[in-house]
Design a protein around this ligand. Structure first.
Ligand code: PMP
Length: 383
């Protein structure tokens, strides 16, 4: 077997590794509680499932879908952006449906990065930004995010070079749970303009916010449309990670370039799933507020538990993660200690970049019962 160089340097996907460790432990008979992967435990709302059932019977949906997404879905995304953010989008040129936002994030560098080009990736950050850049033959250049500055970038310090083509941002952030306001996005747009970069904002958690905070869209910023693409998803907002629907919206040339890559690789989203996504965007939204309340309650449980054990955490305002220092232990030692002594899985921060070392991430996507059980085990293991 002679593999391509481009996969030689690629680490195994963090959660594929974690899954293996969990399976080993379960085989030993341990009742493992995984707070590792972020995958909503609650079911998709019934009206969305019913929309799929109905649409699955329509023979129109049994043939290849449109490469560019159905007019219905593109229209629903445009309506959503206008109503939620006050941002008008042309469904023809400024919207590209995706097979989950991960698909678009992974394909964007193919359209923008040549071998030798660089992309600025947040560290810690969602690993796909760096690996997708590598798969396209480019070089990911990490920029550090620090707790002291709210895990927001310092644009004056970004390691930009003439070869830099892309800048990735993600707020509310995975794994940091940090949120950004419009002023951060204004700086990002100015920076992208100055250095002629494509700015990609990953907004997968944009609706997962707490207390009184509502996350802005990057596209609310004047001029963003000239330099940016925002990637969104129904996965977290509607408990639909298994359905694989997301979108890229923004600069028409960038959308067109992404569509060119995609039309050569995939053939779109199952039409019935697109109809269900329309139902998610246009149907009742009560479940979204319910979800925010549920995650906020779980967040408080985890933050209070850790603070009782000596941490000094502020409750995060977004995402469904708790990102916290491992206090003297390495990330992997800390995660291994919790697995061995409590049967609780947390994600080691080092999986999110060198700057994630010394941190761990807890996901709030398990039932209240299991989270309570996990916290009581943590109280013993970390006392
Ligand atoms: N972006 C971030 C920051 C994520 O954490 C995830 C999933 N964990 C995704 C994108 C991908 O989500 P999806 O493909 O389900 O839309």
């Amino acid at each position: 077997m002679r593999f391509a160089d481009r996969i030689a340097g690629l680490p195994p996907y963090l959660f594929a590794e974690l899954d293996r460790r969990i399976a080993e432990k379960r085989a030993e008979g341990v009742d493992v509680i995984s707070l590792g992967v972020g995958d909503p435990d609650l079911p998709t709302p019934a009206h969305i499932v019913e929309a799929l059932q109905k649409a699955a019977e329509d023979p129109v949906n049994h043939q290849y879908p449109s490469y560019y997404g159905s007019p219905g879905l593109r229209g629903a995304i445009a309506d959503h952006y206008r109503e939620r953010f006050g941002v008008p989008l042309d469904p023809e040129t400024q919207i590209q449906p995706l097979i989950g936002s991960k698909e678009g994030l992974a394909h964007l560098p193919i359209a923008f990065v040549d071998p030798g080009d660089e992309a600025l990736v947040p560290d810690p950050g969602y690993p796909v930004y760096a690996t997708a850049t590598q798969l396209a033959g480019g070089t990911p250049v990490a920029f550090p995010l620090f707790a002291e500055t709210g895990f927001l970038p310092d644009f004056a310090e970004l390691p930009v070079t003439p070869r830099t083509k892309l800048l990735w941002l993600n707020y509310p952030g995975n794994p940091t749970a940090a949120v950004a306001d419009r002023s951060l996005f204004e700086k990002a747009v100015a920076f992208a303009r100055e250095h002629d970069l494509l700015l990609v904002h990953d907004a997968a958690y944009i609706e997962m916010t707490f207390d009184d905070f509502r996350a802005p869209s990057l596209l609310e910023v004047p001029g963003a449309m000239d330099v940016a693409v925002e990637v969104g998803s129904i996965s977290k907002t509607h408990n639909m990670t298994g359905w694989r629907v997301g979108w890229a919206v923004g600069n028409p040339e960038a959308i067109k370039a992404l569509a060119t890559v995609k039309t050569n690789i995939d053939s779109g989203i199952f039409g019935a799933v697109q109809d269900a996504a329309v139902a998610a965007l246009q149907g009742p939204q009560d479940h979204v507020e319910d979800l925010r309340m549920i995650y906020a309650r779980r967040r408080d449980l985890v933050v209070d538990t850790l603070n009782d054990l000596g941490w000094e955490l502020e409750p995060p305002k977004g995402s469904f993660y708790i990102w916290f220092p491992t206090r003297g232990r390495s990330s992997v030692d800390f995660a291994e200690h919790l697995l061995q002594s409590a049967g609780v899985v947390v994600a080691p921060g080092s999986g999110y970049g060198a700057n994630g070392e010394g941190y761990a991430r807890i996901s709030l996507t398990v039932t209240d019962d299991r989270l309570e059980e996990a916290m009581s085990r943590l109280r013993e293991a970390l006392a």
